[in-house]
Design a protein around this ligand. Sequence first.
Ligand code: SF4
Ligand code: SF4
Length: 278
Amino acid sequence: MNDNLAKMREAAKRALESGDVGYVIGWGATKFPDKTSPLFMRKPEDAERLVWNEYAIPGIAKYLLDDLYPDKPIGVFVRGCDSRAINRMMKDNRIKRENLRLLGIPCDGKDDERCTICRNRNPLVYDELLWDEAPTPEPKDRYFRANAVEAMSADGRYAYWSEVFDQCIRCYACRNICPACNCKECYVDMTATGFQGKQHSRSDNLIFGVTRAFHVGDRCIECGECERVCPMGLPIMGQTQKILKDINELVGDYESGVDAESENYLGVFDLDDKDEFM
Ligand code: SF4
Ligand code: SF4
């Protein structure tokens, strides 16, 4: 067992023994050696099942939405990406800081292409830090999906996204895992309104794709969870990367979820906004 895993198990055990938290969320083993899954530890001895290796990839913060009024604070291990997800959901008024006990764990980078664009390996919000912060390596191309699509012609982009969304089975896993996709009720489930048809057609699939992208929009924390869980392996980060790229080019350096206060650009307006398109 590595030193950091020992520290995590000790921290989870201590928190559960003290009774300060109702439970602690981390990562556990699965029957596949290269996969982990979220682990909910409720008794001190459950801490022995905690895993921390290169496959501890899943984002775990979204599960906080399943318990909005806990009797006791919920313990959560937070890497940089988990802390951005928590800031995002606090800024969106979906979770409350007083309900959380955040166990900060600087991340060493996981076995996932999406970790190559990480800009925050160290947690940005936490109650205690279990080991020293480490520098985040220079990220690779932040907009790696969007750049490839941008280089295409308009017809090429339409053909590209049509081909992508022709494969979408509308399972909504991408929506369910996304910390920025956190509405109490999603428009795709409002069947009576008819906003979104259930049939598998190119037009309905494209509408879902573009609506998901703009609903998440500038609130995307670039965690890559939507792509990780997509059973069809669709490169849908390209959509939110394009929105973030445009914002960064138009208004300067911007990242979602780095704190719980900053406004998100697409969520505010000002009477002095440029409106030459009107
Ligand atoms: S996870 Fe993939 S297949 Fe499922 S709705 Fe999202 S894009 Fe479509
Ligand atoms: S990368 Fe995907 S899952 Fe993560 S916040 Fe952005 S849209 Fe949501």
